[in-house]
Write a protein that binds this ligand. Structure first.
Ligand code: NAD
Length: 372
């Protein structure tokens, strides 16, 4: 179980501000999910892997989103199947295990398969979901290698299905406001971004500490938020990266993955980024310094409430349930256009995977790794 998940979950505040107009804005005729005069269809989502994030966050979002619902589950644990079936009224025909999962292809109740398994399993299950002809959401980090990530994109393209990555911050109002302010240059050109995300990890036996399952340490798990943030704030791609591993202070936990890593990136427009991620330090911050002012989020990436200030004072934005607004927005876009939002699609996941791998290469070799 992820510590930052449990640490933050009690802080969640629910707001359904976004998405309540979905039925009203659905375009009759164009939207096969909302025929005129009929109640809007909800997209059926099947969760694959019923661990902490599926149980404590995504299932809650699916209950509240309004335009989608928990239609099916895929689990290797019969006890969980029974518990979830009862709690969410899921019929037996919509419950699968990892072996018979492929039969989901013929299940008309399932529109989207959402992969919430350990990182190393994302590749296999995205490919199987695509082969089943279902649209796919996959949790971050998309994959443990660029090759796997690219194969996932190709498999979904070949199957004619959508692929999205669970980049929830794109739908969070404080984050969206920082993106707007930075991209519109409300405080001038962004010159420097400081971004950190780390937490103190618990159970030394968990998969997050095993390189073959996690792909790496905190960089893969939470540092990815910082990489994403530097890209969504600038709206650009980094030119190069340098990086350094921090010391291993805990020899019990950090035998195969890093304990912490710092990195530096240059973006076009001479914007410099300093990133840091750790499984030992409780830290999360996004600081954006521009020519005539600054923006800061802290907490910046956990489930909230996110808090923000700019050089002009407090930011006032609604506090939302991240997974609810994410699911609402993705499903609305899909029902309106037949596509998932481009800013969270598989290509975005590939871009991030390339950067994560370049950070590891830079930290291992001590070299500056070009990214263009
Ligand atoms: P978790 O350990 O709580 O759950 C993992 C699930 O996978 C469990 O149900 C477990 O039974 C199942 N599983 C199947 N085969 C397994 C195996 N061989 N080893 C271990 N577990 C196995 O993990 P989680 O925190 O729910 O994370 C799942 C995914 O979701 C990860 O990719 C993680 O990065 C992502 N995640 C995303 C966010 C977010 O905010 N977007 C937050 C937490 C986790």
């Amino acid at each position: 179980m992820s510590n930052y998940s449990t640490r933050r979950s009690f802080l969640q505040t629910i707001s359904l501000g976004i998405g309540t107009t979905i039925a009203a804005t659905a375009i009759a005729g164009k939207n096969k999910y909302a025929p005129p005069g009929k109640e809007q269809k909800k997209l059926g989502v099947a969760l694959v892997g019923l661990g902490s994030y599926a149980k404590n966050q995504l299932a809650v979002g699916l209950e509240q989103a309004g335009n989608c619902y928990l239609a099916g589950i895929v689990t290797g644990t019969p006890d969980k199947a029974a518990e979830w079936s009862k709690k969410y009224n899921i019929p037996a025909k919509n419950i699968y295990n990892y072996q018979n999962f492929d039969q989901i292809a013929s299940n008309k109740d399932i529109d989207i398969i959402y992969i919430v398994l350990p990182n190393s399993m994302h590749h296999e299950f995205v490919l199987r979901a695509a082969r089943a002809g279902k649209h796919v959401m996959c949790e971050k980090p998309m994959a443990n290698s660029v090759k796997d990530a690219e194969e996932m994109v190709k498999a979904c393209k070949d199957a004619g299905v959508q692929l999205g990555i669970g980049y929830r911050m794109h739908f969070e109002p404080f984050t969206r406001e920082v993106i707007r302010l930075a991209r519109k240059k409300e405080f001038g050109q962004t010159r420097f971004i400081q971004t950190n995300f780390g937490f103190s990890i618990g159970d030394p036996t968990q998969w997050r500490l095993k390189k073959d399952m996690a792909g790496g340490g905190p960089l893969m798990d939470v540092g990815i938020y910082c990489v994403q943030a530097s890209r969504y704030v600038t709206g650009a791609e980094p030119l190069w990266v340098t990086a350094q591993f921090g010391p291993i202070t805990d020899k019990e936990r950090f035998t195969t993955v890093e304990e912490s890593v710092s990195w530096q990136m240059q973006f076009p427009g001479d914007t410099m980024v300093n990133g840091f991620t750790s499984y030992k330090s409780n830290i999360e911050q996004l600081y954006v310094s521009a020519d005539s002012g600054w923006m800061q989020l802290g907490p910046a990436y956990s489930y909230g409430p996110i808090k923000g200030r700019t050089s002009q004072g407090e930011m006032n934005q609604p506090v939302v349930h991240h997974q609810t607004v994410m699911l609402q927005a993705i499903c609305k876009e899909f029902m309106d256009t037949g596509k998932f939002p481009t800013h969270i699609n598989g290509d975005e996941g590939v871009r991030d995977t390339k950067i994560l791998m370049a950070i590891y290469e830079a930290a291992k070799t001590g070299k500056r790794i070009p990214l263009v």
